[in-house]
Design a protein around this ligand. Structure first.
Ligand code: 5AD
Ligand code: SF4
Length: 487
């Protein structure tokens, strides 16, 4: 390699490696006499899904073509470690893929994402999964091309997991799942250290992107046909507290200069051509009155708020280090509902946190009844090594947890279908996403409240925002009918 020619600055350096890989991949294509394919398998949250769009952009720039089958020539798993189940799934896939690799000499297997930030995982991969070629973490996703080049040019396994991000790289290629909607990172990492959660350890400290970079990205997305964006961060309500500058220094910004999350939202609303704005996730402790005001005022901001409660018991919330009480959460919900009576509220709930008594659990049932969530994602507590909760006394038995989980699930489902029904008969803007999987005469889209609607239509409607009458509620979704604008 001619080291003198390698650009030092990003993103030029990565474009250099994308081109270098492209040359090597072209040779491989000629040798194999066919195109070479890639498959990205994503586990976990929206953040990972968005990271996968970046991985795909880089792989396409290197000359690979996407397929959905893990028989591909480049297979990459973007992993999640928020609960034990996600880890188990990865090992299942790896077992299966070993056979595929033995039949395909061109195959490269890469692992990245949250799970790779854990030392014990990387040790296991090193020892037991010698057929994995490339391993990297959450802080150097942008370096995929460089890591692939190192692997292709040396034929050696490449492992690079960083403890924190030294830089934030802008302007790399991405390949969006949908042409008309996508996520936009506004911040990375988390400083909250909820006692059950591994995220702060694997995603690192909270860092915000500069507002001007975010706005520039959104403008360019809109110019390329995007109508809906989801602003992404582990805790968007604390946006702006720390800025990460591209020279690698992290600078704390004085509060009077701070662009807060509501201010950022107002700036995003000014982008012409952008139709819908979503965001996630909001931590209740940081949700300001200013945010409620901006949400209520700005028609582009979807009337949907994901507000994880985790538990309804103040005792458990304290042990979880959530820094709000049951009463404070309920007061916040009241304020939000007063300002936006039709808002859709969704949440995350954990059942079986260490020390959870029947009484604590009944508090969770009670908060669910009081708030009446449109949707609630319920999780069984999963012990994550290295978090404070993992060594708390009174871990709850499987039997008790399963019973509570079942009762909670029944309750949230019952309320959720009652809530969804409130839209029956109304006319809503629906952003059409795709042809219906079961019935190709139907298309499927979402309202701003994130309710799924199926109605008659064809592929020409995909990416369009159309008026639809919600005729029939079927549990969690609607069958609707398109209303022509002139009717
Ligand atoms: N066990 C169960 N659920 C968890 N979550 C985070 N960590 C754990 C854990 N150790 C849930 C929280 C969070 C969501 C993304 O995942 O509810 O809001
Ligand atoms: Fe985990 Fe809490 Fe941070 Fe969310 S806010 S990522 S639950 S530590």
């Amino acid at each position: 390699m001619d080291f003198n020619n390698i650009p030092e600055l990003e993103p030029d350096r990565q474009y250099y490696f994308m081109n270098k890989c492209k040359e090597l991949i072209l040779d491989k294509k000629t040798e194999a006499n066919r195109t070479l394919t890639y498959c990205v398998t994503t586990f976990g949250c929206q953040m990972n899904a968005h990271d996968s769009e970046k991985l795909k952009g880089i792989l396409e720039a290197m000359g690979y073509e996407e397929v959905e089958d893990e028989k591909a020539d480049f297979v990459i798993f973007n992993t999640c470690t928020v609960r034990e189940n996600a880890n188990k799934k990865l090992y299942g896939h790896l077992g299966h893929i070993k056979n595929l690799k033995s039949k395909n000499p061109h195959m490269i297997i890469a692992l990245c994402g949250c799970m790779m930030q854990e030392d014990h995982v990387v040790e296991t991969i090193k020892k037991k999964y010698s057929y994995v070629d490339i391993v990297f973490g959450t802080h150097n996703i942008y370096k995929l091309a460089e890591l692939v080049y190192m692997n292709l040019s040396t034929n050696k396994r490449v492992i690079e997991v960083l403890e924190k991000s030294d830089t934030s790289v802008e302007n790399l290629p991405t390949k969006r799942k949908y042409a008309f909607k996508t996520g936009v990172n506004i911040m990375f990492g988390c400083n909250n250290f909820c006692s059950y959660c591994i995220v702060p350890y694997v995603r690192g400290r909270e860092k915000s992107r500069k507002p001007e970079d975010i706005i520039a990205e959104i403008k360019s997305l809109v110019a390329n046909g995007v109508k809906e964006i989801m602003l992404l961060g582990q805790n968007v309500n604390s946006y702006g507290k720390v800025f990460d500058y591209t020279d690698g220094k992290i600078e704390q910004v004085a509060s009077e200069d701070m662009v807060t999350f509501p201010k950022l939202l107002s700036m995003v609303c000014q982008v012409d051509g952008l139709e819908r704005i979503r965001f996630m996730t909001s931590h209740p402790k940081d949700l300001s009155d200013e945010l409620i005001e901006v949400m209520a005022k700005e028609p582009k901001i979807c009337k949907h708020l994901h507000l994880p409660v985790q538990s309804g018991s103040t005792d458990i919330l304290t042990k979880m280090n959530r820094r709000y009480t049951k009463e404070q959460y309920l007061q916040l919900v009241d304020k939000i509902k007063k300002a936006m009576p039709d808002i859709s509220l969704t949440t995350d709930i954990i059942v079986g946190f260490p020390g959870e008594t029947e009484e604590d659990f009944l508090d969770t049932m009670d908060i669910v009844e009081k708030v009446r969530y449109d949707q609630a994602f319920t999780f069984i507590y999963s012990k994550r090594t290295g978090t404070p909760a993992a060594i708390m006394p009174n871990q709850i038995s499987d039997e008790v947890v399963k019973d509570r989980f079942g009762r909670l699930l029944n309750k949230v489902n019952e309320i959720s279908s009652e809530r969804t029904k409130r839209f029956e008969g109304s006319i809503k803007d629906v952003l059409v996403e795709e042809l219906n999987h079961q019935d190709k005469k139907l298309v499927t889209g979402r309202t701003e409240e994130n309710v799924t609607v199926h109605f008659e239509g064809d592929s020409s409607l995909i990416g369009e925002n159309v008026k639809v009458k919600l005729l029939q509620c079927r549990g969690f979704y609607f069958i609707g009918e398109r209303i022509k604008e002139d009717e």
